[in-house]
Design a protein around this ligand. Structure first.
Ligand code: 1GP
Length: 237
């Protein structure tokens, strides 16, 4: 449980963790080493790899290239079980708690087992909550679920706490990739107050201020996808 234990330690010491999210669908293998160099030069502590619509074709290749060139943990953030690569260090084993689509609550988890068995990948049970963010995000469309309203702190807190009681080890508050607004800081604060597990926050985070706001509100790990995708010098300029 190395990856999870380190995230818990970071939470206890109020350290800030940062993941760069790579959507495999957008990776151009010819330019990938250059992108990896930018990740190396960034303050990222983790790399997440996954996307809502990817068929998983090049996952092994992508993960191996990351592993060969980086020392930070590489985690799969799967939109589908076919995205799981045995070469990754960890897997966020997601339950889409904000929705009521059984495929994303238990169906794909059952399908994922053959991809996980006989691997050394660290599986981290993660309660995943979609939060309304100004647009209909791809993850909403693909999962056919409704997000939690951005002012409904009570429902977010109850949902997260139910996830913790079910056994989720991490709660992930997700505005969705390309979101217009990130998860509101009030909501992060409320969930952090009630759930004594590490919080991951992502979606719609575009600038340093958004990152700092999420940490201040109680996030242990912040995820950046689009902002780094659009500008790989995001952290260095
Ligand atoms: C990870 O889906 C997010 O939680 C990534 O969102 O692409 O908007 O950074 P962005």
């Amino acid at each position: 449980n190395n990856i999870y234990n380190e995230i818990c330690q970071a939470k206890h010491k109020s350290q800030k963790l940062l993941a760069i999210l790579l959507d495999p669908e957008k990776i151009v293998l010819e330019n990938f080493l250059e992108l990896i160099r930018k990740i190396k030069a960034s303050p990222a502590t983790h790399v997440f790899v996954g996307g809502s619509t990817y068929d998983g074709g090049d996952m092994d290749k992508i993960i191996l290239l990351l592993k060969q060139n980086l020392t930070i943990p590489i985690l799969i953030f799967p939109g589908h079980p076919s995205q799981i690569s045995r070469f990754a260090d960890g897997l966020l084993f997601l339950m889409l708690l904000s929705g009521r689509n059984p495929d994303y609550l238990i169906g794909y988890q059952v399908e994922a087992i053959p991809y996980i068995s006989n691997t050394t990948i660290e599986v981290i049970s993660t309660g995943y909550l979609l939060i309304e963010s100004g647009i209909e995000t791809t993850v909403q469309k693909v999962s056919k679920t409704k997000p939690i309203h951005r002012n409904d702190n009570q429902l977010a807190m109850q949902t997260a706490l139910a996830g913790v009681l079910i056994g989720n080890k991490i709660i992930y508050l997700e505005a969705g990739s390309g979101a217009q607004y990130p998860v509101p800081t009030d909501m992060i604060r409320t969930v952090a107050q009630y759930c004594n597990v590490p919080l991951i926050v992502g979606g719609g985070i575009r600038c340093r201020r958004d990152i700092d706001n999420a940490y201040e509100a109680g996030a242990t790990l912040v995820v950046i996808g689009t902002a780094f995708e659009n500008d790989p010098n995001f952290f260095t300029t």
